[in-house]
Design a binder for this molecule. Sequence first.
Ligand code: FAD
Ligand code: MLT
Ligand code: ZN
Length: 495
Amino acid sequence: IKRDARFAELTPEHVAYFRSLLGSESAVLDGVTNPDDASVADDIEPYNSDWMRKYRGHTRLVLRPSTTEEVSKILKYCNDNMLAVVPQGGNTGLVGGSVPVFDEIVINVSRMNRILDFDAVSGILVVEAGVILEVADQYLAERGHIFPLDLGAKGSCHVGGNVSTNAGGLRLLRYGSLHGTVLGLEAVLADGTVVDDLCRLRKNNTGYDLKQLFIGAEGTLGIVTKVSIQCPQRPAAQNVAFFGLESFEAAQQAFREAKGQLGEILSAFELMDETSQSLVQRVTGNKRPLEGRHPFYCLVETSGSNAEHDAEKLSTFLESVLESGIVADGTLADNETQVRALWAWREGIPEALGHLGGTYKYDVSIPLSDLYKLVEDTKARIAEAGLLDETAEDKNDTTERPPVRAVVGYGHMGDANLHLNVSTRRFDPRVEQVLEPFVYEWIAERQGSISAEHGLGLMKKKYIGYSRNPTMVGLMKSIKNSFDPNGILNPYKYL
Ligand code: FAD
Ligand code: MLT
Ligand code: ZN
């Protein structure tokens, strides 16, 4: 792709305007007026590169507003002057959506981090977009409530970023998607208009539900500045079982049994293959939860109001699936430390892969029966192309090996959402060529979704047609044009 020539180049005059607006030193990181200042360049660098180190932008200006009014004035000025922008939250996105492609201005909302209101009777929380997910959850924990979303990046991602990506996470099975739990939001459009839909009502059928458009819009329709969200009572008890299985068939049977036997207390059902677990072990050095090795593992979590009762139900469930031969081996966590330790084997996968080199990530929805076949077919294809070498290299071995170290599958099995990850020693265009559009074609043949929860960003922009028909893409484009006619918001991505 080429830089869009309609967008203006930044000048010191533009920067002077932003300085006069935002005042404080730390609110404007300016590499425009001082192009040779190495320390400014170092400060800007983290805003240009994504979590996976796969995408790199070239911004020379980062703005960090602290109020909706400032966001509004920034956007109005950018729109009037044809300056392109990238909204940025915690920068943990996995599709290259949160960093610039060229020299777009980064508008990072991390200073908008106030918790505004919480009603303990209704469970409705109102926060600014830059509140870190884990901070919101801790605040709620102190008040007997829980954030209805949890994911491995909770220590850095923002509530506004979660809403903008419509993140799914580890407990969607229990609490549903943000399309249901977000009750209202405030957002600023490209021309500076503030859309105040910070509704705190469970039910509101007065006209089109416009806030839904911002949920999952990845910063292409406006900048989300505030969110109100329905938060459930925090469950008094959380129990976890971790088990090993001999086939994906067995994992499906275990899922059916879990729904049947655990019913209303089931809160997560996650899948991990052996390769993913051995890579986590390689990176962390931790002792595996089970003695033997199995092709698949499942993590089952229950959340309920009575610890003893839930523990009993979960252990009866484990006994029954062991007895019937569905599960080959299993273990239960009966205190918080053990619960966390078991979760680490699932939540730690993306980070472990990140340590090992470059990862090609595919986040897909497929009818459950075919879920794991994608991993097998992809691995076969990579091996056939001569790009796979699963040898665990030691530090002193300097042999140049084929780029792919492992083809890994894990994910939110309870939501039929697979994460296919191809772990490489280094990013390599040959690998990408073998994978794309192969993976997307494979998904389209099965009427799956090429983006289950991570979004489109830069990575999947050109593949949207595999999961959405031309009529729908046309409607999306007309929505984009009416919200952002100059196209300044997160250009080159999404559509
Ligand atoms: P960013 O990465 O900063 O931005 C993401 C997108 O949203 C970008 O397009 C950006 O332009 C836009 N954006 C950000 N803030 C705003 C705003 N205020 N207004 C408008 N647009 C905005 N995702 C899941 O769905 N489920 C998971 O289980 C999951 N686990 C993860 C685990 C790890 C270790 C990591 C690194 C990521 C994971 N993700 C997961 C990816 C997920 O999308 C993000 O973690 C999170 O939702 C993004 O929030 P963020 O604040 O970091 O947003
Ligand atoms: C996860 O479920 O761990 C996340 O979506 C991140 C990833 O896919 O790597
Ligand atoms: Zn996920």
